[in-house]
Ligand binder design. Structure first.
Ligand SMILES: Nc1ncnc2c1ncn2[C@@H]1O[C@H](COP(=O)(O)OP(=O)(O)OP(=O)(O)O)[C@@H](O)[C@H]1O
Length: 360
């Protein structure tokens, strides 16, 4: 495969062997007392990645979105040459991840949210300098980059602090800096803003964009649980679940896939009137009614935008007091729900996907 793509995979598959540990200790003891060299294991195979075909362009910010256990980290580890595929192939900058791992490594870097890398007795600045030197970055340039990065993530006052004295979030910020000080051509960011406060996460997102714009050709593969983050940052997004690639496109194109009809949400002052009559209006495709103590919410899907006029008229004629009316644009959450069958972030659940309580 030529270097046309920053990252490419073909039928990439990774399985893990499941070892059932029933009676493990008993069997170990039995083996120790017998001529058997090791206990017998019941084994099964678990498919973490199944025939993934993916192409990421040079200069792209490409997102991997998927629930826990979807296979995101496994994919990143294979691309970062830390794990071998079971079958299929993968290339980074045109090099094969198995046969040409040595060629790939100087040009990539990887940051995993929540990792605890580094040497506790060294300070933040010393740790980062050490990593930069391992990649052959000249000492002065390394210090320049370190100081810039620490400033960007707001960690400059901790530069001389031993990393064993850092909080989890501060350590995460340091790891983020580590990813950039080697100026990689291709960077793997696995949940880079996991657990960070809102302001720090925003600063990191701004920097990621800026870093890509500074020099064309740099590529980032990012995994995140945060839909808004994926939507804000990524040029294209791949949605994976149970090791399978379910969709891959720009956020706009993905959202277009799930919205067939224009949708509207009307908040009414609480009322008990028979709003199900709205579904009789020509052009109303579907209607959901949800009643809370504060409002009666009508979610409508219409054959065309013009129908909203008749809906409003009917509501007013029947004494409905409209508190607000909004057109609902599809979100990545809708796409995810449609493809995966459940939400990525339960806490982000909103009216759009909440069960309809009544339909009077
Ligand atoms: N070394 C391993 N041995 C056995 N199973 C593994 C191993 N590594 C990962 N798995 C399994 O492979 C599946 C995919 O894991 P992976 O870490 O890639 O998911 P993920 O999408 O990154 O999830 P998360 O969002 O929770 O980090 C999981 O079911 C996991 O239990």
């Amino acid at each position: 495969m030529s270097a046309t793509w920053a990252i490419a995979t073909e039928e990439l598959t990774r399985t893990f062997t499941k070892v059932r540990r029933r009676n493990w200790r008993k069997r170990q003891a039995a083996a120790a007392n017998s001529s058997l060299s090791s206990p017998v294991k019941d084994e099964g195979t678990f498919i973490a990645l199944h025939r993934i075909n993916l192409q990421v362009r040079h200069g792209e910010l490409f997102g991997l979105l998927g629930p826990n256990g979807a296979g995101k980290t496994t994919l990143i580890k294979i691309l970062a040459t830390l794990l071998s595929p079971t079958s299929g192939q993968a290339w980074v900058n045109g090099w094969d991840v198995v046969r040409q791992a040595e060629a790939i490594r100087p040009h990539i870097n990887m940051v995993s949210g929540g990792e605890s890398s580094g040497y506790g007795i060294l300070t933040v600045r010393e740790n980062l300098w050490l990593f930069a030197r391992l990649y052959g970055v000249p000492s002065r340039l390394a210090y320049e980059r370190i100081d810039r990065m620490l400033q960007i993530v707001g960690l400059e006052d901790k530069a001389q602090t031993r990393i064993s004295h850092l909080s989890t979030g501060q350590r995460q910020k340091m790891n983020f800096c580590r990813g950039f000080i080697t100026d990689p051509k291709i960077l793997f960011l696995d949940e880079p803003t996991l657990g960070l406060d809102v302001q720090s996460a925003r600063a990191i997102r701004t920097f990621i964009r800026q870093w890509l714009q500074e020099q064309p050709g740099r590529t980032i593969l990012l995994t995140t649980h945060y839909m808004a983050e994926a939507e804000e940052l990524c040029d294209r997004i791949a949605i994976i679940d149970h090791g399978q690639l379910l969709a891959c496109d720009t956020p706009t194109a993905l959202k277009r896939q799930v919205q067939q009809y224009p949708r509207y949400l009307i908040h009414l002052a609480p009322s008990t009137d028979g709003w199900s009559r709205l579904s009789q209006i020509p052009g109303v495709h579907s209607l959901q009614i949800r009643t809370t103590t504060a409002t009666t919410d009508l979610k409508l899907s219409l054959l065309e935008d013009a129908v909203i006029g008749s809906v409003v008229q009917t509501v007013v004629q029947h004494g409905g007091r409209i508190l607000s009316l909004q057109k609902l644009e599809p979100t990545l959450e809708d796409v995810f729900l449609e493809l995966v069958g459940r939400q990525l972030n339960d806490q982000e659940e909103e009216l759009l996907t909440a069960p309809v309580q009544t339909s009077d």
